[in-house]
Design a protein. Structure first.
Length: 213
């Protein structure tokens, strides 16, 4: 009861025509807090509305899950923004492909997705092929390539290779379109969506139910 009474007296002492101040006697808004705010539970906003001021004059507030403290998120100081799209242009690759490329991007802080790729030969030559295994039908061994991202020793790695022991007929150049997401900005990473096509050519899936954090 003593703590509650103290907070009440403190709030009244800083209440003026401008608002309520915590850590300041001259609040410039209805509520102004000078210093960090720590939450032991959730924070809710009712009808926050649409922000119409200049975006460069504002900051996003995030909760640091390690210490439950509300902190200012400044995209300009981040290594990657909340969602960052980039292209890895990797050239003079071995004819066997890219077996392990370390992006150096922290797997603890970011989530990486390969969105697409372009393959070229030496000096951006579009006439590049891969060998066909001996004594096989030309229609076998599809798909031709495997492209994936994976985590190893705390960072994201990329692999891009021909399938079934095939190789390129020259040193390839690969452009990988990559999206990098800050993990602390993702509300959820949904589960795998499984869908049985039952042999037909079209299908409609339901939107995935969100996985609450």
């Amino acid at each position: 009861m003593k703590n509650i009474f103290f907070v009440f007296i403190f709030a009244i002492s800083t209440l003026n025509a401008q608002g309520v101040g915590i850590g300041t006697t001259n609040p410039t808004h209805n509520l102004e807090v000078v210093g960090n705010v720590k939450l032991s539970d959730e924070l809710y906003f009712e009808n926050p509305g649409v922000y119409s001021d200049v975006a460069s004059n504002s900051y996003l507030i995030v909760r640091d899950n390690s210490d439950k403290v509300l902190k200012r998120y400044v995209p300009a100081t981040a290594e990657y923004s909340a969602i960052n799209s980039t292209v890895f242009y990797i050239k003079n690759i071995n004819a066997g492909g890219l077996t392990d490329f370390n992006t150096g991007i922290s797997a603890n802080d970011y989530y990486l997705v390969i969105g697409g790729f372009i393959i070229r030969g030496v000096n951006n030559n579009s006439n590049i092929n891969i060998t066909q295994p001996a004594n096989t039908n030309l229609n076998e061994f599809i798909p031709q390539y495997s492209a994936r991202s994976y985590i190893q020793n705390g960072t994201w790695h990329i692999k891009f290779t021909p399938n079934n022991n095939r190789v390129f007929d020259q040193s390839p150049e690969i452009r990988l379109n990559v999206s990098v997401y800050r993990r602390d900005m993702l509300t959820t990473i949904n589960n795998t969506i499984n869908y049985n096509m039952n042999g037909v050519t079209t299908g409609v899936a339901s939107a995935p139910a969100p996985v609450l954090p």
